[in-house]
Design a protein around this ligand. Structure first.
Ligand SMILES: [Zn+2]
Length: 404
């Protein structure tokens, strides 16, 4: 199949000025040519996108596909079959709302791994995935009820090996406490530097990237000294941590949406009090921490923590709107949610920008997102691997209330 898309304005994901009167040729699943002006030839399909804008599909670097975004998540664990059905729906919801690729940051019973394969094998339709399997956490540490608990460097090493044996693409380790787990504090360190290093070594041996849930400063620096590739959340970064991150080229995925959505829905009574209290206690420090990271030149990718309370699957445009609060321009945010997220997750050779040779994952928009980013909540069309997606999921009707 050879298709021509023409007459649109192109935002290529590289941060370049939008190109007017652009065209794009797609052969099979890939982009074979991109340019501007008239283009002739024989095609199976010609799509005239006059007045529309085209940009790369969004990439969400932090999702929990097996988690449901309900307020109280402390109840009994659903069966694996129920988790699988829900996860399939969630992957479709991401895709329908414009996120064509996601990195899962902690699944349950390896349902995330089977889901990735089912999508790759075209058994079901959803955003394409990279997955971490179970998070590796200390006994009783953040995320323990869904994770693999491990204590001491040797056991962390074994736990990491288990994830790769099961088919994980990346390793996620827990360096600090967090908001969602009862009885642990976001600021307190958890796995030690030695334990983190053992897990990271195992991942790097198989060529996999590593990332860590890290909110407090001591845990963040433990992970940085242990050689981590990416920090998730980072509520309390200090100058030393920022220095280490810029020096090592460490990625940062702020997930502003996770804390924000708990705080703006704090009065609904849907969440346990300890969750709301911890989020309220962290939200301003978090914004300050990420603002300083951006100013210092730390590499930032875009992720939501979808699956946490009110943080629905498909919520990446919320994170994009929140990144304005740390001083990012619209163009910076558009690049963050495409090219940077691709680089952070290691898929940049094939995804993240609209360029020859890359897979044809892209969005058709009604308005110019560089001027009006809210247009991303009302996408005209989503294309995955060169094919138009039949969509059935939309952003929640009250999404504007989430942006207050
Ligand atoms: Zn998470």
């Amino acid at each position: 199949m050879k298709k021509l898309f023409k007459n649109f304005t192109l935002i290529d994901g590289n941060g370049n000025e939008p190109v007017k009167n652009a065209f794009m040729v797609i052969e099979g699943e890939k982009i074979s040519e991109v340019g501007a002006g008239e283009y002739g030839g024989e095609f199976d399909e010609v799509v005239d996108l006059a007045g529309k804008y085209v940009m790369p599909g969004l990439i969400n670097a932090h999702v929990h596909i097996t988690m449901e975004p309900k307020g109280d998540q402390s109840g009994a664990q659903a069966s694996d079959a129920v988790l699988a059905f829900n996860s399939a729906r969630n992957a479709k919801a991401h895709l329908d709302m414009g996120t064509t690729f996601i990195r899962d940051m902690g699944g349950t019973n390896f349902v995330d791994i089977d889901l990735r394969d089912a999508i790759n094998n075209k058994l079901i339709e959803g955003a394409q995935m990279l997955v971490s399997g179970k998070v590796v956490t200390m006994t009783g540490g953040h995320g323990w009820s869904m994770g693999r608990q491990a204590d001491g460097p040797d056991e962390v090493r074994k736990a990491a090996r288990e994830q790769f044996r099961a088919g994980a693409d990346i390793l996620k380790v827990m360096a600090t406490g967090g908001v969602m787990t009862k009885g642990v504090e976001p600021g307190s360190p958890q796995l030690s530097e030695e334990e983190l290093r053992a897990g990271i070594e195992e991942a790097h041996k198989v060529g996999a990237k590593t990332t860590t849930h890290a909110q407090g400063n001591t845990g963040i620096k433990n992970a940085l000294r242990a050689g981590i590739d990416c920090i998730e959340h980072a509520f309390y970064l200090d100058e030393e941590a920022l220095d280490l991150m810029t020096k090592n080229g460490t990625w940062l995925v702020p997930t502003l949406a996770a804390v924000h959505l708990i705080v703006v829905n704090g009065k609904t009574g849907a969440m346990p009090e300890y969750v709301v209290k911890k989020a309220e206690g962290a939200v301003n420090d978090h914004l300050d921490s990420i603002t300083r990271a951006h100013k210092a030149g730390v590499k930032i990718a875009c992720g939501t923590d979808s699956g946490t309370p009110f943080n629905y699957h498909g919520s990446l445009p919320i994170e994009m709107m929140l990144l304005k609060k740390i001083g990012m321009s619209n163009m910076e945010i558009l690049t963050c949610a495409t090219k940077s997220s691709a680089e952070c997750t290691g898929i940049e050779k094939n995804y993240g920008t609209i360029e020859e040779g890359k897979f044809a994952d892209f969005l058709v928009l009604k308005d110019n997102p560089v001027e009006n980013m809210e247009t991303i909540f009302d996408i005209e069309d989503v294309y995955k691997l060169g094919n138009k997606v039949e969509r059935k999921f939309n952003h929640p009707a009250n999404v504007k209330e989430y942006l207050v």
